[in-house]
Design a protein around this ligand. Structure first.
Ligand SMILES: Cc1cc2nc3c(=O)[nH]c(=O)nc-3n(C[C@H](O)[C@H](O)[C@H](O)COP(=O)(O)OP(=O)(O)OC[C@H]3O[C@@H](n4cnc5c(N)ncnc54)[C@H](O)[C@@H]3O)c2cc1C
Length: 372
């Protein structure tokens, strides 16, 4: 049994980060992924931002900070191991406010930024905003200007995690999980591409496809992970670069690299994954024109609608499946999976190795899955 691999189903950021941590802990790993269209990890702006998101301020506050620190700790190692530069970088961001109510809401973030080392924030009035970048619409009330969050190229980061895992001995296969074989609460083998492979354990990291049934897998939980679709355009800027990421509500422009930007975002409960529809593209372009009317010289070079895997309470999910001694799940990254993947992968590795993990994490797991 000990010579058999821990199998991970799903090579998005969650599965890839788990593979990296398990392989770093000296475990034999087999990761299976079937490269579904619309996976979240490939098409997203790669924000590593611990001071916004579901449960912040509140239950997720410390967890987000721990997640951010895991990035600081592991980026150099992952880059060196994989040889892949995923362009991680500290960014500045402007959060626009349409009116006084929105501005007061943004002001509440000031203390969170200013009390952290390497983070800062201030409020800008319209004069300061137009001096900063006169392409921003003059019709706003003001803005929150922040420094300290990070951004990375999410797809390159995913590939770097997979490559690092491989260098540490993990095997990565393209294929679909077809069946799970169990005996007396133990997962003994999986069927992939028609091949039966004996395993030491199994972790589902299937993102928005978590609820798709697999023969033989009856985990004893109902996670209700739902796909919340986010649409993004990738554009090439032909003029002067923008001086910061700029957003109004969930609509935003994020820098991708020196010449490319993401235009997002949306939250749709249904729709088609893959290339954006024409009307979605038009909606995104309209929204950017509303807050950045002076930014005109760019052209769309790519677009995608991808599925955020969102749990019922919008919080992450990780732990042992109640029906099995060696069956696990890692999911619920929602809109924060880039930030969360390394810390979730580390915690789940500790759980799988029967190491102690902080007990206060149990509240993040729907149906107390963590120690099921
Ligand atoms: C538009 C958008 C913007 C976002 N922005 C940010 C951001 O700025 N910051 C942030 O922190 N997070 C962000 N996120 C969230 C983040 O991208 C996700 O939470 C994270 O990528 C989820 O990773 P995952 O591995 O759980 O899922 P996915 O990336 O969807 O991966 C799941 C994988 O499982 C595989 N799979 C499924 N079923 C099977 C099967 N039966 N057999 C084999 N393989 C299977 C699929 O092929 C897929 O590769 C954003 C998401 C979107 C969509």
């Amino acid at each position: 049994m000990t010579d058999m691999p821990y199998s991970i189903i799903g090579g998005g950021l969650m599965g890839a980060a788990l593979a990296y941590h398990l392989a770093s802990a000296g475990k034999k790993v087999l990761l299976i992924d079937d490269e579904r269209v619309g996976r979240a990890s490939g098409w997203n702006p790669g924000g590593v931002n611990p001071l916004h998101g579901p449960g912040f301020p509140g239950v997720m506050q410390d967890f987000y900070m721990d997640a951010f620190n895991q990035h600081l700790m592991h980026h150099g190692i992952i880059k060196d191991l994989s040889g892949i530069d995923f362009h991680h970088k500290v960014v500045e961001r402007i959060f626009l406010a349409n009116n006084k109510v929105e501005l007061i809401a943004l002001e509440k973030s000031l203390d969170f930024y200013n009390q952290l080392p390497n983070f800062s924030a201030s409020i800008m009035d319209m004069n300061e905003l137009s001096n900063f970048d006169d392409r921003i619409s003059p019709n706003f009330e003001g803005a929150l200007f922040t420094k300290g969050n990070m951004r990375l190229d999410s797809e390159r980061f995913r590939l770097a995690l997979l490559s690092s895992s491989r260098k540490l001995g993990a095997e990565i296969l393209t294929g679909t999980l077809q069946e799970v074989f169990t005996r007396n609460k133990i997962v003994t083998a999986i069927l992939v591409n028609g091949l039966k492979v004996s395993v030491s354990g199994l972790c589902m990291a299937k993102g928005a496809w978590e609820n798709h049934p697999v023969d033989g897998w009856h985990p004893g939980y109902d996670l209700s992970i739902r796909p919340v679709i986010g649409d993004l355009l990738l554009v090439q800027s032909l003029g002067d670069p923008l001086k910061a990421d700029i957003s109004h509500g969930i609509k935003a422009v994020y820098q991708h690299d020196d010449h490319h930007y993401w235009i997002g975002g949306t939250r749709r409960e249904s729709g088609i994954l893959g290339p954006c529809t024409l009307s979605t593209k038009q909606e995104l372009l309209r929204s950017v024109r509303d807050f950045l009317p002076g930014w005109k010289s760019f052209r769309v070079i790519g677009h995608s609608s991808a599925a955020r895997p969102v749990s019922e309470n919008e919080l992450p999910v990780m732990g042992r499946a109640p029906s099995y001694d060696n069956g696990w799940v890692i999911n619920g990254g929602g809109s924060k999976g880039v930030l969360l993947c390394l810390t979730m992968g580390r915690i789940l590795t500790d759980l799988m190795m029967n190491k102690d993990v902080p007990t206060n994490l149990e509240k993040f797991s729907p149906r107390t899955l963590l120690r099921a």
